[in-house]
Design a protein. Structure first.
Length: 255
């Protein structure tokens, strides 16, 4: 199935050039996917979209409308990017899932991200040029954001997990990192599988045995290029975690 787009429910419509979503990148958005024809945790994504929009002073249409439009258009194994603009428009983009992104190693570099910003990391917004420029400057795909004290927050498109002393560890959210839907699913899957996992601070320069990113489009992927970890692929605990995540996804979607 080819890529498709809708603005306010109209297929192929454009976004006016004076919409702040275009001129300022002033949008709240969510990215989710279907397994087969079933979206994974749609309600969690819509609830987070509403929270991001409220934090950004972006108009929020009825969630029932967004849900109905998305379910009406979402196809089999598709990615949906749903954006709400400050100009009051809703934009839905659909494209096929790229299976090559799942589990593929992601080259990263560290990047300082201050905490004293008008919009905290818990809001998913469209003004992401800074992160893209930082990644381009370092010649990597994503940057791992850390605060002035050197503690990991998240990456530019993912949450971060590591293996330290034989146990999984993920940084606390504390309002400065996105509450990832996949991160939540991973925490649940790890608990169900009895894997050792704790939520605790993680320094960006702290040597770890395994290092991963998790997100909707990559599920779980190993990090390469960071000085804190020199492993090139999945380690033993990462493999067990991924198997647990896939089991949870199959139970919820059949995919």
């Amino acid at each position: 199935m080819s890529a498709r787009s809708f603005v306010d429910g109209v297929p192929g419509a454009g976004l006016p050039v004076d919409d702040p979503g275009f001129t300022l990148g002033w949008t709240a958005f969510e990215t989710l996917r279907s397994y087969g024809r079933r979206p994974f945790r749609l309600d969690a994504h819509l609830e987070r979209l509403a929270g991001s929009a409220a934090a950004l002073f972006v108009p929020i249409p009825p969630l029932a409308l967004l849900r109905a439009e998305l379910l009406d258009q979402l196809g089999e194994d598709e990615v949906a990017r749903l954006a709400l603009t400050a100009g009051g428009r809703r934009v839905l983009e659909l494209s096929p899932v790229d299976p090559a992104r799942i589990r593929r190693p992601v080259r990263c570099a560290p990047c300082l991200w201050p905490r004293d910003l008008p919009v905290r990391g818990e809001a998913k917004h469209g003004a992401r040029a800074f992160w893209a420029v930082a990644a381009r400057r370092e010649g990597v795909e994503e940057v791992i954001l850390h605060d002035r004290e050197g503690f990991v927050l998240e990456s530019s498109r993912s949450n971060v997990l590591a293996v330290l002393d034989g146990a999984l560890i993920t940084p606390p959210l504390d309002g400065d990192a996105l509450d990832g839907v996949t991160r939540r699913a991973i925490l649940e899957a790890a608990q169900e599988a009895g894997l050792p996992l704790r939520v605790a601070p993680l320094r960006v320069d702290q040597p770890v045995e395994e290092l991963y990113l998790c997100s909707t489009l990559k599920e779980l992927a190993p990090v390469v290029g960071m000085p804190s970890c020199d492993r090139e692929g999945f380690g033993p605990l990462g493999e067990r975690l991924y198997a647990a995540l896939r089991g949870l996804i199959r139970r919820e979607t059949g995919g």
